[in-house]
Write a protein that binds this ligand. Structure first.
Ligand SMILES: Nc1nc2c(ncn2[C@@H]2O[C@H](COP(=O)(O)OP(=O)(O)OP(=O)(O)O)[C@@H](O)[C@H]2O)c(=O)[nH]1
Ligand SMILES: [Mg+2]
Length: 687
């Protein structure tokens, strides 16, 4: 049953800042195409893509959602993504499932934090990018001003592909039209700019164009259009109102006729081998007859369907009842049911072609980022990983009732599966469970989900800070571990040197022992001991990083040489060396962006500097200026902004919002280090 071919598939993600109108736009596209018979609204909780109970009550998206529709004989896979930075994990992951990123900008608020981040993330992934300026119906918008700003920020490759007309009730496409009236600029001018840019992509076309002075026709421009999108030489700007429907049909036409099909985009960045750096890059071919290669870019813990793995097929055909391998696993699983997703609905299909997005359910071994394939020829294959923001905001959680403890871990595991930016850490020594996410709002929604969906009540405590330790000087350590207690003895002796490494280099272990004074079998135990010492920390009980440990001498004993002895000697020698190496404690520094009414700017800056932070710049776009808003950027230690949400609320009368991102590790001031060291000493004495 051939429903369509690979050439007629488009895969598109709607990305951009929260509130830009992505979910409403998805609804408008689905409605216009006839896939749904009534247009729902975010406010009523009746859209296809915001189907989750929490999304309905929040009035914005929390998860990415999939939908499908057909237009002009083309099958379009659409992914609606959440826009607020706190939920950017699933938005970023969606980029691995598409060829085109449509960056939606709110005409009222202009370029925002996620606009910028998603523009860059899509570019880094080699996706075709398009910009849709939405809400053109709204009052108080400056469309020409916004276009100017977009070009200033994202380059002159951002060119108009349509223009609003009839007082923003309509839009006119400017590739096929070269004359007529528009609300601003002119169709003739926008048309000329576009053609000039496109002919640059093809030398013979350019030569003919210059000679004859005549426009190439639409068919001739198709290939240059795809080439320009692929190279980032063209980022078309379109206008729409998801509310009134203006520009929706034009957007559908552009997706069907100009967005790349799976063969026209940049190929997904696969490699064979252990790491993206050393592995051998290769291209999957969107050919239905080859081996299957598919990539899992989304996992859902569904209360009814169980674990659902959503993947994009990049090569070959996935069929119901066929067998697939997961990564390098030896045992295949059977594709008992194959689905396409339409919002909350699972629609069974028999096969998925290259370029298709689909899902399987109840296969526990499939995790986010897994590669599915049907031949051991395709072992050790990965897709180059996406770059996710690092979850910095932490909370220690504890179940109210002891009996819930095991359940807590099961549920946290499910939440972790679904969201690449949500992490759970268990600290065996302190018995603490820490959840980490991208922001206060992110964690609040996870807690709410646990309370409502899983009926799990938790107590939370202030964030724990992920401090770490490092050394600033070279030093030496030595330990002779010797035990003689009745029966068999233990003996192991280790001499080692330690050296600081550059920030971020991690840990290096070097074996420089000569003449086998520490036999190879025991060297592994020495390394384990060294690693144990580093994990336990020396100054404040935090993991030691950016250090090279060189074992250069030692001694064993024919009878008493034992693993335990060398483990212990390695550990103690390392501790001794670190104590002599001017060790320091490092803390995470975050970059912070605060959006605030300009009247509160002074308070924000003053507050940041009282928290050992500083302002690095301020910025405000046209639309933001009209609303009296400004973005203050700065840096501040994470430890100082645990309660920032409530501080900001009081400083801005509830008008402010903020976002943090990990920046780097930096040395804590001496008085902080003394405090951390003192409390570590107390803990050690307790034990
Ligand atoms: N005036 C006007 N309002 C719109 C338009 N599109 C969306 N809205 C409204 O803008 C608000 C946000 O719309 P959403 O569709 O939820 O925006 P979103 O981009 O999905 O937001 P997140 O899910 O948070 O990323 C809602 O109140 C919509 O009704 C539009 O074209 N014009
Ligand atoms: Mg949304």
């Amino acid at each position: 049953m051939a429903r369509y071919t690979t050439e007629s598939i488009r895969a598109v993600a709607l990305v951009g800042h929260g509130g830009a109108g992505k979910t409403t736009l998805a609804e408008a596209l689905l409605f216009k195409s006839g896939a749904i018979s009534a247009k729902g609204a975010v406010e009523k909780g009746s859209t296809v893509c915001d189907f989750d109970a929490q999304e309905k009550s929040a009035g914005h998206s929390l998860n990415s959602a999939l939908a499908n529709f057909a237009w002009e004989g083309v099958h379009i896979h659409l992914i609606d993504t959440p826009g607020y930075p706190d939920f950017s994990g699933q938005a970023t992951a969606a980029l691995a499932g598409v060829d085109t990123a449509v960056v939606v900008i709110n005409a009222q608020t202009g370029i925002e934090l996620s606009t910028e981040r998603m523009m860059h993330a899509a570019q880094a992934r080699g996706l075709a990018r398009m910009i849709v300026i939405n809400k053109i119906d709204a009052d108080n918008v400056d469309l020409p001003g916004l276009v100017g700003e977009i070009r200033e920020r994202f380059g002159k490759e951002c060119l108009l592909l349509d223009l609003p007309a009839h007082d923003r009730h309509d839009v006119v496409e400017v590739l096929e039209h070269d004359a007529g009236d528009a609300d601003f600029d002119s169709i003739a001018h926008a048309h000329r700019e576009l053609i000039d840019q496109l002919v640059e992509e093809d030398e013979s076309l350019l030569a003919r164009y210059l000679e004859e002075g005549k426009d190439p026709d639409a068919a001739e421009l198709h290939a240059p259009f795809e080439k320009a999108l692929r190279a980032g030489h063209l980022i078309p700007i379109l206008f729409a109102s998801a509310r009134t429907g203006a520009g929706i049909e034009e957007l559908l036409h552009v997706l069907a006729s100009l967005a790349p099909n799976p063969a026209e985009g940049n190929p997904p960045p696969y490699y064979r081998g252990e790491s993206a750096d050393s592995g051998e890059a290769f291209d999957a071919k969107p050919d239905a007859s080859l081996h299957v290669l598919a990539h899992v870019f989304k996992v859902i813990a569904d209360p009814y369907m169980g674990k659902v793995s959503v993947f994009r097929v990049h090569q070959g055909t996935v069929r119901k009842d066929s067998q697939l391998f997961v990564g390098d696993g030896r045992k295949p699983f059977k594709v008992a049911h194959l689905y396409q997703l339409q919002g909350k609905d699972f629609i069974e299909v028999d096969e998925l072609l290259p370029g298709d997005i689909g899902a399987v359910a109840k296969v526990e071994e499939i995790d986010f980022d897994a590669v599915l394939h049907d031949s051991h020829d395709e072992d050790n294959i990965h897709l180059r990983p996406l770059e996710f923001p690092r979850p910095m905001q932490g909370l220690a959680v504890e179940t109210r009732r002891k009996v819930d403890e095991q359940r807590l871990f099961d549920i946290l595991h499910k939440l972790e599966l679904e969201d690449p930016c949500f992490e759970v850490e268990r600290h065996p020594t302190t018995h603490e469970t820490v959840i980490r996410g991208l922001g206060e709002m992110h964690l609040r929604y996870k807690l709410e989900k646990m309370a409502t969906q899983y009926k799990l009540e938790l107590d939370t405590r202030l964030p724990l800070i992920a401090y770490c330790e490092t050394i600033t000087a070279n030093a030496e350590g030595h330990c002779r571990h010797k035990k003689q207690s009745g029966g068999a003895g233990q003996f192991g002796e280790v001499y080692l040197k330690i050296e600081p490494l550059p920030r971020g280099a991690g840990f290096e272990f070097v074996d420089q022992v000569k003449g086998g004074v520490i036999p190879g079998v025991f060297m592994a135990a020495v390394e384990k001991g060294v690693r144990q010492a580093l994990a336990d920390g020396v100054v404040g009980g935090y993991p030691v990083q950016d250090i090279r440990v060189i074992v250069y001498d030692g001694k064993t004993h024919a009878v008493d040489g034992k693993d335990v002895a060398f483990f212990s000697a390695g550990r103690k020698a390392t501790v001794e060396a670190i104590r002599a190496a001017a060790a320091i404690v490092l803390e995470p520094i975050v970059s912070i962006e605060v959006i605030t009414p300009d009247t509160a700017m002074g308070d924000i800056a003053g507050d940041l500097s009282s928290r050992r932070g500083h302002v690095t710049g301020t910025q405000s776009g046209l639309a933001a200026r009209r609303q009296g808003l400004v973005t203050v950027s700065g840096e501040v230690p994470l430890a100082e902004i645990a309660d920032y949400a409530s501080r900001l609320k009081s400083m801005t009368g509830g008008q402010g919002s903020y976002d943090i991102q990990f920046a780097r590790y930096a040395q804590v001031p001496p008085q902080v280090q003394q405090k951390l060291a003192a409390s570590f000493k107390l803990k050690e004495e307790d034990e």
